[in-house]
Design a protein around this ligand. Structure first.
Ligand SMILES: [Zn+2]
Length: 129
């Protein structure tokens, strides 16, 4: 699948575009986005510095211990495995292949999710016997 970048006007494969949180692809390609950000930083160095400082402070103030961090990470991982979140299903689909998970269409992810559910169901039934 190809998509036209509105910035450099080049047709590029869909993996070259960032998928945003609302699940559609941003119009400038990754390269153009990077350039845009760089340009913005060079035009607004003070704002950028302040933003960086703010986010650093926020992070430092959190003061989470490594133990807490590991616990919350483990909790998160458990949750995405239990709920079969997209991130988990995609990573299982990809396996050890070094490819971007954006190549998998949603219906394929859904189908794989179903197959995991079936495996879990069978395992659960076995354990009950
Ligand atoms: Zn572009």
């Amino acid at each position: 699948m190809l998509k036209l970048c509105k910035k450099c006007l080049v047709e590029k494969p869909i993996e070259q575009f960032v998928l945003n949180k609302k699940n559609y692809y941003c119009s400038p390609c990754r390269g153009c986005r990077r350039l845009q950000t760089k340009k913005w930083i060079s035009l607004n160095p003070e704002i950028y510095k302040q933003c960086r400082k703010k986010s650093n402070e926020k992070y430092n103030n959190k003061n989470i211990s490594i133990k807490d961090y590991k616990e919350s990470k483990a909790k998160y991982t458990k949750k995405i495995i239990e709920t079969l979140a997209d991130t988990y299903v995609k990573s299982k689909l990809r396996g050890k292949a070094k490819v971007t998970t954006s190549i998998f269409p949603p219906d394929m992810i859904e189908a794989y999710r179903t197959s995991i559910k079936i495996k879990r169901l069978i395992r659960g039934a076995k354990n009950e016997q």
